[in-house]
Design a protein around this ligand. Sequence first.
Ligand SMILES: *Cc1c(COP(=O)(O)O)cnc(C)c1O
Length: 234
Amino acid sequence: MSACIPEKIREVRYQISHFEKIYQRPAGSVKLLAVSKTRSCQDIIQAIDCGQNAFGENYVQEALGKISDLSSYNLEWHFIGPIQSNKTKTIAAYFDWVHSVDRSKIAQRLSEQRSPTLAPLKILLQVNLDAETSKAGVALTEIETLAHAVKDLQNLELAGLMAIPAAGKNIDAQRAGFHKLAEARDKLLAQGISTCQHLSMGMSSDFEAAIAEGSTIVRIGTDIFGPRNQANKG
Ligand SMILES: *Cc1c(COP(=O)(O)O)cnc(C)c1O
C-alpha cells in the first residue's frame, strides 16, 4: 500500500489543480493538508519526499511522537481533532494551526499557553453546519460571537472557518453545505475581521464540491495514504 503514496499524492495534486481550473479558482489557491493520523513516520516521509510539508493530526499523543521524530524536516503541523482542555498546552507549544476550536474557553487557554516568541497560532473555528447535537463545532448562529472573542486574543490569529458536513448524497448536496460555510466566512470578513480568510473544507470524498465553493485548505487522508485500519479510525 505505502509504495503508492508518491503516485497518489501526485494524483491528488493533479485533481486539485484541475478543479481550480474548472471552478475558476486562482491556480494555487487551494492548499493540500495531508491528514496523517494513524500513519507511520515512514509513510509521512514518502509524502515529504514528494514536496508535501503540511500535515494534519487528530490525537495529541500520537502527533507528539511524529513531530519529535520528524523535527529535522521543516514541516507545518495542523491540529484537526477534538480538543480537551488538558491538551491545550501541548497543542499551543507544538502546532502551527488548529482547525477545531469551537468554544472561547479553549481559545483563551491556547492564547495564554502560546509562547509570544512563536508566530501567532493560526485558529480556524469549527462550525457545526448540520445542527447535529452530537457533532463538534459552534452553531452557525453562534459564529459571530465566538469570532469576535477569538480575534482579540493575544497569541492567536483568527485565520478562518472549518467544517465537516454530513455526507452529501451528490455534489449539489455537498456544495450546499460548503456554501453555508463560505457565506459565514464572508460575513466575518465584511465585519472587518480581515485575517479570517481561510475555509478548511473538503476531504477525500467531497473535495471537488469544497473547491467549487471556495475551499482554501482541503484535508486529505485516504486518497493519499490509503484506507485507515478500522481499529485506528478517527
Ligand atoms: C480524518 C480526517 C480527515 C481526512 O479524511 P479522509 O476521508 O481520509 O480524507 C479530514 N478532516 C478531519 C477533521 C479528519 O478527522
